[in-house]
Design a protein around this ligand. Structure first.
Ligand code: FAD
Ligand code: NAD
Length: 622
């Protein structure tokens, strides 16, 4: 009879690894490759398979134990195995077998599937106890999944919220990742010249506004003294902390970061850099996350006083009069900042409405507030020409509501963003780019070339950081071999204006267009104790429910912190909640979040915080 002990193999960098499952019992028959135990490191889970067939005599460890290379797993009674040597063991009554025939492990990435715990992952095959015999082939040290190890290379182009998320997730899943970014810092538009600096400045604007509004209630701070240099420095520090944090995260994950512009050479190579220093990189898979840039309007003169959003975030001095071209999200957020800092702001919007595409009732409180404060809001018009003069930019307008020409210190052009698809030589890799520069993808974020993925702004609207990062995770997981797809029901949007406007899911206009039988649950914030205590009564929460199922179709919230509140509705839609689920969920009082429950109650006819006519209530009590 032969008895062998199967041992934990070389785990590469890992020692003292937790046994999270023991998969065999004494008496069980195991075949070669049957998993014996599951180990979990902070990077991966792995099953340790048997290298010999036989019957388990004894299990030598238990769940929760910590093991390293050489720890004994089981003792096994086995048949003769080729390439094994029988050695006498002084400590044992019977000889035991020492084998060095190790199987090449198949390494698959770690994943947690809902309700299934960590997925089993084949891992290094266990060694067998004892010294290898002289003639036997040397035991191959089989590294576990590491971020720096050899293996297929994933190249990620662009380090915005899409690209860095994809790179980090892929590294966590064991892929060897190279992240290429043309800018000196990571973080893309969002961190460097988008979401984060704009929100820092919007916070400054909010502080000014709130302090000012308390003047009428007995607390006066006087006119704010604005030190632009200090404000800029603070904003830059906020950005720096985040982009620096990303660099550390990349390092910790052993993600290789290359600085330089990437261009495709073919379907498996990119060049990085420019004529001065260029290198070529081979990849097995690639994720394109090259984002977008501000759309330029043709025919405008080259003049530094005509800015895009990045220029506006630099807070130039002496802007007494600003014209914002485009009444979309960027235009209205930046208008809010500049007005709070003391500029006279005008907005010109091509369509008949600010924030086109958003339901009018949601935009109205914002419109009402800014109409009183801004110099002009010009709807249904566009800029016809800009004449640069020494004392300003003379702007003429065209359209049915076009005003007379006007002089401004600065013009901010915020008329949308153009994807960077045409800048990558993607055609060399066979990747289709449409005439606008978008790269179309399937639900797994694959382009028409299966091993090349694309994510974020470059694949289409909505151009939002949270969409990019979710798509990044999907692409990374698919690249690592997991079965994943982007199947979010809703992607919430927020304009961080004053008041904030947030929406998720179906708009009322869409519901009407599609002929859906829906009802509205509306709660005006004038009845919210929390809102009044914030000195604001202009907000509203409005949820649309499907009358057949009472499930949430979509929602809009306008008011302070609407952007934080909308997540509850997004979750409700993802979870298929109905009005009663939301209304019966106890919300803390007094909070703005209550307005979501009240809107659901308003739809259900159970709301007590407002008087609802009996007919409305009865209609709801079906
Ligand atoms: P990006 O962030 O654009 O990153 C792409 C990266 O790729 C860039 O760093 C670029 O330098 C790099 N790159 C491009 N080409 C190459 C190449 N050939 N080689 C190497 N690198 C390359 N979204 C929100 O969700 N919330 C907000 O509050 C918000 N505010 C915004 C405010 C402003 C002023 C702006 C302009 C945008 C804002 N956005 C906001 C939008 C958000 O910034 C984008 O949706 C998001 O950054 C897109 O992420 P991405 O990863 O697709 O691309
Ligand atoms: P946008 O598409 O939101 O708005 C552009 C606006 O400009 C539209 O209303 C459009 O009708 C108008 N316009 C177009 N051509 C015009 C012209 N010639 N004259 C006058 N108006 C014209 O684009 P944006 O504001 O530049 O922002 C780009 C994208 O960045 C947004 O769509 C959004 O995805 C993202 N972003 C998001 C946030 C956020 O989430 N808070 C903030 C900023 C930007």
């Amino acid at each position: 009879m032969r008895r062998i002990d199967l041992l934990v193999p070389d785990l590469g960098d890992f020692k003292d690894v937790e046994v999270i499952d023991v998969l065999v019992k004494p008496g069980a028959r195991v075949a070669v490759d049957d998993a014996l135990i599951t180990l979990e490191t902070d990077k991966a889970t792995m099953d340790v398979p048997a290298t010999s067939a036989g019957v388990i005599e004894q299990v030598l460890l238990k769940k929760g134990d910590r093991v390293s290379k050489g720890s004994r797993i089981v003792s096994l009674r086995t048949d003769d195995v080729e390439g094994t040597t029988v050695v006498a063991s002084s400590e044992r009554e019977q000889p035991y077998v020492e084998t060095v025939t190790l199987d090449e492990p198949t390494i698959t990435p770690v994943t947690r599937q809902p309700g299934k715990g960590p997925a089993a992952k084949p891992a290094p095959a266990p060694q067998v106890a004892g010294k290898p015999p002289e003639k036997a082939p040397a035991a191959r040290a089989v590294p576990p999944v590491t971020t720096s190890g050899a293996g297929p290379r994933l190249v990620v182009i662009g380090a915005g919220p899409g690209g860095y998320t994809a790179a980090f997730r892929a590294a966590d899943l064991g892929l060897k990742v190279t992240l290429i970014e043309r800018s000196p810092t990571l973080g893309g538009v969002c961190l460097n010249v988008g979401c984060i600096p704009s929100k820092a400045l919007l916070h400054a604007a909010k502080v000014i506004e709130e302090a000012n509004s308390m003047k009428e209630h007995g607390i006066a701070f006087g006119t704010p003294k604005i030190d632009r240099e200090k404000l800029r420095a603070w904003k830059d520090r906020v950005v720096g902390r985040l982009t620096g944090g990303l660099a550390s995260l990349a390092k910790q994950r052993k993600v290789e970061v290359l600085t330089g512009a990437a261009r495709f050479v073919d379907a498996h190579h990119v060049t990085v850099g420019d004529d001065k220093a260029r290198r070529t990189l081979e990849f097995d898979q690639c994720i394109i996350a090259a984002g977008s840039e501000s759309t330029r309007l043709p025919g405008f003169p080259e003049d530094p006083r005509i800015m895009d959003s990045s220029g506006a975030l630099e807070l130039p001095d002496k802007v007494k009069r600003l014209l914002v071209v485009g009444g979309g999200i960027i235009g209205l957020e930046m208008a809010c900042v500049y007005e709070a800092l003391g500029a006279r702001v005008s907005v010109v919007e091509l369509t008949e409405a600010l924030l086109p595409g958003v339901d009018r009732d949601l935009v109205r409180p914002l419109e009402k507030r800014i109409q009183k404060r801004y110099e002009q809001i010009i709807l249904g018009a566009r800029v016809e020409g800009i004449e640069p003069l020494s004392n300003g930019l003379r702007v003429s307008f065209k359209g049915k509501n076009a005003p007379e020409p006007h002089l401004y210190d600065r013009v901010l052009v915020a008329v949308g963003r153009t994807p960077n698809g045409k800048t990558l030589k993607a055609e060399a890799a066979g990747v289709n780019v449409d005439e606008r520069g978008f790269i179309r993808v399937d639900k797994q974020q694959r382009t028409n070339v299966a091993h090349i993925f694309a994510i974020g702004d470059i694949v289409g609207p909505p151009m939002l950081a949270h969409k990019a990062s979710h798509e990044g995770k999907v692409a990374a997981e698919v690249a690592a071999g997991l079965k994943r797809g982007f199947d979010a029901r809703v992607i919430p949007s927020v304009a961080y204006t004053d008041p904030e406007v947030a929406w998720a899911g179906m708009t009322e206009a869409e519901a009407r267009q599609q002929g859906i039988d829906f009802g509205r649950g509306v709660f005006p914030w004038v009845a919210s104790g929390r809102s009044l205590s914030l000195d604001r009564d202009d907000g509203m929460t409005r949820i649309l429910f499907d009358n057949a199922t009472h499930r949430v179709l979509g929602a809009g919230i306008v008011g302070p912190n609407a952007g934080d509140l909308i997540s509850e509705v997004a979750l409700a839609i993802e979870m298929g909640c109905d009005a009663a689920d939301i209304g019966l969920t106890v919300h803390p009082h007094p909070t703005l979040s209550e307005t979501i429950a009240f809107a659901a109650e308003a739809y259900e006819g159970t709301l007590t915080d407002l008087y609802m006519p009996k007919t409305a209530r009865v209609a709801q009590e079906r």
